[in-house]
Design a protein around this ligand. Structure first.
Ligand SMILES: NC(=O)c1ccc[n+]([C@@H]2O[C@H](COP(=O)([O-])OP(=O)(O)OC[C@H]3O[C@@H](n4cnc5c(N)ncnc54)[C@H](O)[C@@H]3O)[C@@H](O)[C@H]2O)c1
Length: 390
C-alpha cells in the first residue's frame, strides 16, 4: 500500500515537472518569437513606416519629440546613455505605446563608435533626430573638453555611421548660443555665428561638420537653432527633470520651480540697468510643444542634398522681470527675488527672427504665453516632486 502510494506520488510529481517544463518552454519560445518579430520590425524598412532614431530621447526635449513622433505613427528607436536623461520618461513612453515595433530603447553612449555602428547595422533607420548632448553654458566653460567631445566628436561619429549605413535624413539640435553676442536684433539665420563659450562653439563646429559633409553627399539635413526652451507636455505625461546635481547649472524655468518649492531661497535677477524696457535682460522663450512641431515639419520638408537652417523661437522677447512675474503667477508662490549686479558676458537682448521657418516650413510658435507654458510645466513638477520615479 505504502509502496503503491509512493509510486503514484512520484509519477504525479514527474508529470507535474514535465508539464511545467513544457509550459516554460512554450513561454520561452513565445517570448523569443515575439522578441524576434519586434526586432525584425526595427531591423527592416517597412513601406509607409518612417523609423526615426532619436538620440537623447530620454532627455527633456528628446522625450517630448518621441511622444509626438509616436502619436504621429512613426517608429522610434531611442539611444541614450542616461547620463542626464531619465529612464522614467522612457517607461512612460513605453507604457503609452507598448505595441511591437513602435518604440525601442537602446542604452548606449554615442562616443562609443563600435556600439554606434552596431546600432546602425542592427536597425533600419530612415532618419535621425540628434538631440543627445550635454547642454549647459556654464558647465561648458568649466569643462570645455567634455563639450567638444560630447557634442562635436559624437556628432562626427554619428554622421559617419549614417553615411556608412545609408541613412539619409538628419535633423540636428543646434542653439542660438552659436550666434554669440550679435550687434543687431532680431537674430536671423544670416546673423554671423561668433559663439563665445565652448557650448556654442562645439555646436557650431558640429554644424560645420554636417554642412561640409552634406556638400559631398545627398543627405537631407535640417539644422534647428533653438532659443530658450520652456514648458512641457500639456497632457502632463512628461516633464523636465534634470539631475539634482545640475541644479546649479540650471536654466531659468528650473530655477523658478526650485524657488517655488523652496529648494532654493529665491530667484536672482542679475542686472537691472540694461537698456531694455525694464532694465533686465530679454530672452526668447519657446514652448517645447512648438519646438517639437518644428522638428516634425522639418522632417517632412527635408530634401536630399540640401541643408535647411532655421531659428526656432517666437520672435518676441520677455524680460527677466516679466519671466519672474509669470513664474509667480504660474506657481502661485510669491517667490523671493534678489536684484544683483550684471553677470559678465550676459547680453541685453536675444530674440529670433522666425520669418524664414514660417516662409519655408509654415511653422510658427502657438504657445507664446510664458505664464501658460510655466503653468503647464508647474503642474507636472507638482505631481512629480522628485522627478521621474526611475
Ligand atoms: N533646453 C534648451 O533650452 C536647449 C536650447 C537650445 C538647444 N538645446 C539642445 O537640445 C538638445 C536636447 O537638450 P535637453 O534640454 O533635452 O537636454 P537633456 O540633458 O534633458 O537631454 C539630453 C539627453 O542626451 C543624453 N546624452 C548626453 N550625452 C550622451 C551620449 N554621449 N550618448 C547618449 N546619450 C547622451 C542624456 O542622457 C539626455 O537624456 C541638446 O542638443 C541641446 O544642446 C537645448
Amino acid at each position: 500500500m505504502d509502496f503503491m502510494e509512493t509510486k503514484r506520488r512520484s509519477n504525479l510529481t514527474r508529470k507535474i515537472i514535465l508539464a511545467a517544463g513544457i509550459v516554460a518552454l512554450l513561454i520561452f519560445m513565445l517570448k523569443r518569437s515575439s522578441n524576434n518579430s519586434t526586432s525584425i520590425k526595427f531591423s527592416q524598412h517597412e513601406p509607409g513606416v518612417t523609423h526615426v532614431l532619436v538620440t537623447g530621447g530620454a532627455g527633456y526635449i528628446g522625450s517630448h519629440a518621441v511622444l509626438r513622433l509616436l502619436k504621429d505613427s512613426y517608429r522610434v528607436t531611442i539611444v541614450d546613455n542616461l547620463s542626464r536623461g531619465n529612464m522614467g520618461a522612457v517607461k512612460v513612453l513605453q507604457g503609452l505605446y507598448p505595441e511591437p515595433g513602435r518604440l525601442q530603447f537602446i542604452y548606449a553612449d554615442l562616443g562609443d563608435a563600435a556600439a554606434v555602428n552596431k546600432i546602425f547595422s542592427d536597425n533600419a533607420f530612415d532618419a535621425v533626430m540628434h538631440f543627445a548632448a550635454v547642454a549647459y553654458v556654464g558647465e561648458s566653460t568649466a569643462e570645455p573638453l567634455r563639450y567638444y567631445h560630447n557634442i562635436t566628436s559624437n556628432t562626427l561619429l554619428l554622421v559617419k555611421a549614417m553615411a556608412a549605413h545609408g541613412v539619409k535624413t538628419l535633423i540636428y539640435s543646434s542653439t542660438c548660443a552659436t550666434y554669440g553676442e550679435p550687434d543687431k536684433m532680431p537674430i536671423t539665420e544670416e546673423t554671423p555665428q561668433v559663439p563665445i563659450n565652448p557650448y556654442g562653439k562645439a555646436k557650431k563646429m558640429a554644424e560645420d561638420i554636417i554642412k561640409d559633409f552634406s556638400k559631398t553627399s545627398d543627405m537631407a539635413v535640417m539644422i534647428l537653432r533653438y532659443f530658450n526652451v520652456i514648458g512641457s507636455d500639456p497632457e502632463g505625461r512628461l516633464g523636465e527633470a534634470p539631475r539634482p546635481e545640475l541644479r546649479e547649472q540650471g536654466r531659468i524655468s528650473g530655477a523658478c520651480f526650485d524657488a517655488a518649492r523652496g529648494i532654493i531661497p529665491g530667484l536672482k535677477i542679475r542686472g537691472t540697468d540694461y537698456s531694455t524696457r525694464d532694465g533686465t535682460c530679454i530672452r526668447d522663450y519657446i514652448d517645447v510643444t512648438d519646438l517639437i512641431d518644428a522638428h516634425v515639419k522639418a522632417l517632412a520638408h527635408a530634401k536630399p542634398g540640401k541643408v535647411g537652417i532655421y531659428n526656432v523661437g517666437t520672435g518676441k522677447g520677455s524680460s527677466v522681470k516679466e519671466f519672474v512675474e509669470a513664474c509667480k503667477k504660474a506657481t502661485g508662490v510669491n517667490v523671493k527675488v534678489d536684484y544683483l549686479d550684471r553677470r559678465p558676458g550676459d547680453y541685453a537682448e536675444v530674440y529670433s527672427d522666425p520669418s524664414k521657418i514660417w516662409n519655408e516650413l509654415k511653422w510658427k510658435a502657438k504657445y507664446t504665453n510664458v505664464e501658460e507654458s510655466l503653468s503647464v510645466a508647474w503642474r507636472w513638477q507638482k505631481a512629480h516632486r522628485s522627478g521621474y520615479d526611475y
